[in-house]
Design a protein around this ligand. Structure first.
Ligand SMILES: Cc1cc2nc3c(=O)[nH]c(=O)nc-3n(C[C@H](O)[C@H](O)[C@H](O)COP(=O)(O)OP(=O)(O)OC[C@H]3O[C@@H](n4cnc5c(N)ncnc54)[C@H](O)[C@@H]3O)c2cc1C
Length: 325
């Protein structure tokens, strides 16, 4: 018996959020008196796979099939179901991200498992299998009890701090008989954004709203993001107006992020915006209107003109970094 966890990678480097998922699965395994087994696919070096041991995986089932560098949902479902059956897994963990959303429900159906999406806590096994999860686009929390024998959990990224330890996982080659239809959707090319911190993985985010007045003023957002090593984001009207690309739009109809720090400048804090960012660990709001609703959700607030506050903040960050280097 072991807890199964799917890991994702970018060109052979395992994503940080997958390390979180491995650590999460290992902790659940400990609670259940068993071990955690990671499942990895595509082209990944052995040392990278063994490194999952430092996050609690005892074993890695590795499907070395280059077609699986892209996470084809049907094919990965087949891998996870086969792995779960081999390992007699009580729990299967994926991430609550674009891949997890396509894979986890398929796995749950095939294994007749209860599915918990957007998990934010370890299961409380004292009275069943109770997990805290986000609900209503992040506006509320729900505590759900999975009563099925097998459970599939989709972990919300950046919910737990990573703790690297010692240890190496053993890597076992795992083979699955795929069918052509498993690769029915072909990725023809991928255009990558280069030189920026990807928003979904970012720990620090600087975000701008309509208070910026126009795309020509975004330099002050980018300067602060650059000084901090942060990603940039925006409110929906900003993306709708074409001031910023749509992939930067966060909120109910955009991306959901849970960074350690979210700095919002010139954003009023509408409930639809908060839906995408309220999971941030620390929220800093800069707004000239002291009545802006965002201040209610903020840990720190600056009432002031963003055109003055942002450049001063950037200078302060640069000075701090220079002094502490
Ligand atoms: C179904 C639905 C879904 C939606 N989904 C989303 C979503 O996913 N994401 C999202 O963001 N919105 C979403 N919205 C829109 C949302 O309701 C708000 O209209 C939007 O978030 C407002 O964007 P904003 O804060 O940038 O602009 P505004 O509400 O216009 O706020 C601008 C703010 O900037 C401040 N400001 C102006 N000048 C300065 C200055 N010089 N210095 C400092 N502060 C200044 C103002 O005081 C104001 O608070 C949705 C709406 C609906 C109906």
């Amino acid at each position: 018996m072991s807890v199964i966890v799917l890991v994702e990678h970018t060109e052979g480097t395992i994503k940080k959020k997958s390390l979180e998922a491995v650590q999460y699965a290992a902790e659940i395994a400990k609670k259940l008196g068993t071990t955690a087994t990671a499942v990895a696919t595509g082209k990944i070096a052995d040392t990278e796979l063994q490194g999952l041991g430092a996050y609690g995986a005892q074993k890695v089932l590795y499907v070395a099939d280059d077609r699986l560098n892209d996470l084809h949902a049907r094919a990965i479902t087949r891998v996870l179901v086969a792995a779960a059956k081999q390992e007699n897994s009580p729990v299967i963990v994926t991430l609550h991200d674009v891949n997890g959303r396509a894979i986890a429900p398929r796995v749950a159906i095939q294994l007749k498992a209860g599915l918990i999406s957007g998990a934010l806590s370890y299961p409380d096994t004292v009275k069943g299998f109770v997990v805290k999860k986000s609900a209503f686009s992040g506006k509320a929390f729900a505590y759900v009890n999975a009563t099925s024998e097998v459970k599939v959990i989709m972990l919300a990224p950046n919910s737990f701090q990573l703790n690297k330890t010692e240890g190496a996982a053993t890597v076992e080659n795992f083979s699955v008989n795929f069918e052509d239809k498993d690769f029915g959707v072909k990725v023809k090319s991928v255009d990558k954004i280069t030189g920026e911190v990807p928003l979904s993985d970012a720990e620090l985010v600087v975000s701008g709203g309509r208070g910026l007045k126009g795309p020509e003023n975004w330099g002050i957002i980018e300067d602060l993001a650059h000084a901090l090593g942060a990603a940039t984001a925006c409110s929906r009207p900003v993306a709708d107006a074409g001031w910023r690309p749509h992939h930067e739009h966060v909120g109910q109809t955009g991306g959901t992020i849970r960074p350690n720090l979210y700095i919002a400048a010139g954003i009023s804090g509408a409930i639809q915006h908060l839906a995408g960012v309220s999971g941030s660990k620390t929220i800093v709001v800069i707004n000239k209107d002291p009545e802006a609703p965002f201040f209610k959700a903020a840990n720190y607030g600056v009432v002031g003109d963003l055109n003055e506050v942002l450049p001063r903040l950037t200078e302060a960050v640069k000075k701090f970094k220079a002094e502490h280097h």
